[in-house]
Design a protein around this ligand. Structure first.
Ligand code: PHE
Length: 341
């Protein structure tokens, strides 16, 4: 009988086809060849209409069981293949948690940033707040309000970049003192870091550099308070044994004014190349806030007194890290910068 022969034939074809199948994808293709719409088994079923009616029940049963047998065979195999594939996938995607992690090169802080952060941390420990003023300043804040009117000789010492008659690039963070005192009643205790600009350029000067300003105004502030605070600063930045010394100086906005030296932390004061044989190194300018400056900001100098100080951050960095040329701080050469981890 034809159909029965066909059934046997298809059975062995199915067995043959699945023998070497390796992936669920090729299994699917094979499955379609037999069970798909125009697959071998489906075609046989379609042909049932040509079979004499009396044979249909028997043949129908045979065909149905062929289809079931085939379906079962495929689904059992499919499950096996999927399990195998999943195992393979898991093995391939396995992460070895004991493997050393990839190291990404990390940058480092610029020496200026290191010093600035250190200074901010030292002074905020003493109760200072940070105020940052603008780099483009009025002539008024940078000079006039700091007791340096238009014809004052001290203007010549600061080689100013003017942007217009009244606007300039600030030459000193002292400009921030005025902005603070105009807006805040004493007690005032601020720290003002930032970039300043002067037309000056050699191994120890750069047209752009950074300063850190400090200002304290309150009742009963004296030069002793300034000296005590500077001692603390010098010990923290340069080392426990370092001492400070005040020398008379002149700034229009402070009276009296002082230059502050620290004892040489390299030779301990005996005299060496760093301190040029003197045992002392100049680190900053300071003084008691001039009465006229307080008055100009609406603060009564008979009630309040204050001190101010200003230092160059690059200068501190160069001293502390033994950097001999300021240009190194602005060139961005990673071979230099990498040394400050
Ligand atoms: N502004 C001064 C300078 O740039 C430094 C200074 C600040 C001096 C505060 C006294 C008080 O040289």
């Amino acid at each position: 009988m034809d159909v029965q022969k066909n059934i046997k034939e298809i059975e062995s074809q199915v067995d043959e086809a699945v023998k070497d199948v390796e992936s669920s994808k090729s299994l699917y293709d094979i499955k379609m060849k037999f069970l798909g719409k125009s697959g071998a088994i489906s075609s046989l079923m379609k042909n049932m209409k040509d079979v004499p009616p009396e044979e249909r029940p028997t043949l129908g049963k045979l065909l149905n069981s062929l289809r079931e047998w085939t379906e079962q065979k495929f689904s059992a195999l499919e499950q096996k293949l999927r399990e195998k594939e999943l195992k393979k996938k898991i093995a391939a995607e396995r992460v070895d948690v004991t493997m050393p992690a990839k190291a990404f090169p990390s940058g480092s802080h610029h020496p200026n940033t290191l010093i600035k952060d250190e200074l901010v941390s030292i002074f905020s420990g003493m109760g200072f707040e940070v105020f940052e003023g603008p780099e483009i300043e009025n002539d008024y804040y940078n000079f006039t309000a700091l007791n340096t009117p238009a014809d004052h000789p001290a203007r010549d010492t600061q080689d100013t970049f003017y942007l217009s008659d009244s606007l300039l690039l600030r030459t000193q963070t002292s400009a921030g003192q005025i902005r603070v005192m105009e807006n805040k009643k004493p007690p005032i205790k601020i720290l003002s870091p930032g970039k300043v600009y002067r037309s000056d350029d050699d191994a120890t000067h750069s047209p752009m550099f950074s300063q850190m300003e400090g200002l304290v105004v309150d009742k009963g502030i004296t030069l002793c308070d300034l000296k005590g605070m500077l001692d603390e600063f010098a010990r923290k930045i340069f080392g426990e044994d370092v001492k400070t010394r005040l020398r008379p100086s002149y700034f229009p906005f402070t009276e009296p004014s002082v230059e502050v030296d620290v004892s040489c932390f390299e030779c301990g004061g005996k005299g060496c190349r760093l301190c040029k044989g003197t045992g002392w190194i100049e680190v900053l300018g300071a003084g008691m806030v001039n009465r006229r400056v307080l008055e100009g900001c609406g603060i009564d100098p008979d009630v309040y007194t204050g001190f101010a100080f200003g230092m160059g951050i690059e200068r501190i960095a160069m001293l502390k890290y033994g950097i001999n040329n300021m240009k190194l701080l602005f060139e961005g050469d990673v071979r230099f910068l990498r040394q400050f981890k």
